[in-house]
Design a protein around this ligand. Structure first.
Ligand code: KG4
Ligand code: ZN
Length: 345
């Protein structure tokens, strides 16, 4: 029986390894961020990401074992992200997982990264556990640098995509705005901090598709509007009004996300809602979502940051559950930039 897996995540720019039980208990999770390597380029450079994964991965595997105080005899399978993501980056994790699977005579499973994000609230450790009444079904909003999608989650493997951004992801929008405003990369957290002293109603920014009757979103208009605003104001004014600019820009994103969540919760008569992905670290989004959930009598679960951002623990949890029910991948499994059609309903 599969009880415990070693998990590997290399889909974008974070290298992460975890040892996780089928119950969701995380024995160890260790990650290496590449933010500094990509900062000079203002975004993730796929080739650099792949190269850094290949340097960081094996030492992280050793560290994960050490932290968990375990060895290979404690592991029953290997779980690895093989989709969606940057193909060159995914290959590093996938080839490592396959090699270890062969060498250690253990099954391995290629996992959908987004499924990891959606089940992240179930993870547990000494500092975090989901509320006792947390269970399927729930509405999930996955918001990061690469994705912004809304799902209805009813069981393991039962994920209905309700809607998604038609263009840029919310995190990408935060990052581009931060870069244009001279805040550096990745900029989401810097916009968040700067916005704390600002007035969210100081500047007008568009809230595309907020009132339409779908669950889809669009952030490219907001991104262009931010760019125009920054050009019109000029460097001096941008600097002087940075808190107001950041607060107003952030509010436009948060308004759209809350409106879409509200619509999904209503249509699916949800009792539970989760936020996941790096952007769910945003303090304004968290505060507004908590306020909204309390008003509507909904249970809102936002996993701690270490399980919201890209991490291998969530990949381990999905892999352990699926391998326990008999699933495993073949040795010719490849990486894919896209999710499989069968991943979602
Ligand atoms: O999930 P994640 O770590 O990686 C993927 O993109 O998959 O998400 C990273 C994204 C970046 O765009 C980053 O700027 C954004 O999450 N982010 C934030 C905050 N912290 C991270 N955006 C807004 N406010 C934050 N506090
Ligand atoms: Zn992600």
């Amino acid at each position: 029986m599969i009880e415990r897996v070693l998990a590997i995540e290399t889909s974008c720019d974070d290298t992460s390894v975890a040892i996780v039980d089928r119950s969701g208990w995380v024995h160890s999770v260790v990650s290496a961020s590449q933010d500094l390597e990509h900062e000079a380029y203002g975004g993730v450079v796929p080739e650099i990401a792949a190269r850094n994964h290949s340097i960081a991965l094996i030492p992280l595997i050793e560290e994960a074992f050490k932290k968990a105080n375990m060895n290979w005899s404690d592991i029953h399978g290997i779980s690895v992200t093989n989709r969606p993501g940057l193909v060159g980056a995914l290959i590093v994790g996938l080839v490592t997982a396959k090699s270890l699977s062969q060498a250690k005579h253990l099954p391995f499973l290629g996992v959908n990264h987004l499924e990891g994000h959606l089940l992240a609230p179930f993870l547990k450790d000494a500092q975090y556990a989901p509320p006792e009444d947390f269970d399927y079904p729930y509405v999930g909003l996955a918001i990061s640098g690469g994705h912004t999608s809304l799902y209805h989650i009813t069981a393991l493997g039962e994920y209905r995509v309700l809607g998604a951004t038609k263009d840029d992801a919310a995190g990408e929008c935060f990052d581009k705005f931060a870069k244009m405003a001279g805040l550096g990369f990745p900029g989401g957290v810097k916009v968040d901090q700067m916005a704390k002293q600002g007035n969210p109603h100081a500047f007008e920014f568009p809230r595309s598709m907020i009132h339409d009757d779908t669950f889809d979103m669009s952030f490219s208009g907001l991104k262009s509007s931010g760019q125009r605003m920054i050009q019109q104001l000029g460097p001096e004014q941008v600097k002087a009004q940075l808190p107001d600019l950041c607060a107003s820009f952030q509010e436009a994103i948060v308004d759209v996300l809350i409106a879409k969540l509200d619509r999904a919760a209503k249509v699916f008569k949800a009792k539970r809602v989760i936020l996941t992905g790096g952007v769910s670290a945003n303090s304004r989004l968290r505060a507004r979502a908590e306020e909204w959930a309390a008003k509507k009598g909904l249970r809102l679960v936002v996993p701690p940051l270490r399980y919201c951002t890209d991490n291998a623990a969530m990949i381990g949890y999905v892999g352990a559950l699926r391998m326990a029910r008999g699933e495993s991948s073949q040795i010719d499994l490849g990486p894919s930039p896209h999710a499989l059609e069968s991943d979602f309903k």
